[in-house]
Write a protein that binds this ligand. Sequence first.
Ligand code: DC
Length: 457
Amino acid sequence: MSINVALDGPSGAGKSTIARAASERLKYLYVDTGAMYRAVAFYVLSKGLNPENKDEVVGALAGISIELKYTEQGQRIILNGEDVSDSIRTPEISMAASAVSAISETREFLLSLQKNLAKENNVIMDGRDIATVVLPNADVKIFLTASAETRAKRRYDELVQKGESVTYEEVLNDVNQRDYNDIHRDVAPLRQADDAILVDSSALTLDESIDKVVEVIENKIKAKKVSAREIPEVQPVVKGARPPLWKRICHEFLRLIAKAIYHTYLDLSFEGLENVPKDGSNIFASNHRSYTDPILISLKPKVMFSFMAKEELFEKNIFFTILIKLFGAFPVVRGSGGKQSIETSLERLNKGYNLVIFPEGTRSKDGKVLKGKTGVALVAAIAQVPVIPTGIVFEGKIKFRRKVTVKFGKPVIPSEIGVDSCENKKVKHLRNEIMASITELVEGKSDESEQENVNKL
Ligand code: DC
């Protein structure tokens, strides 16, 4: 689907210059519909017809073919095969264009050309009735205006620079006359669409006006993307469920074996055990150092864990697969957009398992905490369960008896920090809180009283 921006406003508000510059920045096509009316006016005058005479103008339309071409010099307007882009910018053509544009047949004649361009391209289309008539469903609607005096001064300077001999008063009169015509005509009069954003450029320089318009477009498109994304509903997990007894026995047995192995192989200690809830249905959000992190985390709390693991890990070898499955691993299917892993996570939490999630999404090579993704916060926001920030710290390089500390931080409870829905802003806030805690645990900014809680096994 193409993105359509409608930019309307009175003549001389700087629409075409601003729209051209904004479309260059955003890589959209710039469509100057005023130039199309000017081309019609040019044709009418060149045939010696009266632009105020409806019958004469309507009769002339059959002889007109208009095309837009995009070259290095920007949009060029081609009238019956001839490039008239430069000849249509005179005050005489301006007045004639205003007259022919008040005729409904002229508007009808140009409408399909304008609509087709917008259907096939991302466009910024400028004119008078773009938001109200041509593209009523435009993604962004801007009404760009400036006081009549400012507009007249700008047009006057432009014309003088081109060597035209006009007075400021004449230009101001023209501006007022055209405003009056455009606003009071019966067909598609100039007016701000109800849902258009007003930008008044009277007090802005050209660069400031361009920045403003680009900012409005970008913000609107961003907001549209966010609102288009489905916001999941909160489905609070009711605590108290427990995994089946046989699984718990099996897990306890494995936990004891793993504990013995890990304590032999590593110089392992735990901190912050008072922060580990006794019940299940919690999320442990940890930094990620090695494949065995989920096992390291689940050695101490007695509740069964479940964790997401890349699909490929289940294809390594059969023993490894059985082992990680017994420890509660479930595969994350790529390309499912995270939906499937969120559903499985919620199902496990509802069954009373604790979940281990690595918000960084990948292992950190140098031990520094990477940027966190929002998945963990989203699951916690939907389920409204506590998140226990967890930091795994490896010290030294030796393999055998390497010093490893697993640190549990204070639980982050979504509802206590205002996260009572899955709104993007709130989920991000939760993610930031979790990541800040993990970083503090890993990168050692924790205060001294916490150090006293070191709990050696
Ligand atoms: O923007 P401009 O000055 O080049 O426009 C020339 C005339 O065409 C102006 O008087 C208003 C008219 N116009 C219109 O009626 N509808 C449009 N979409 C664009 C221009």
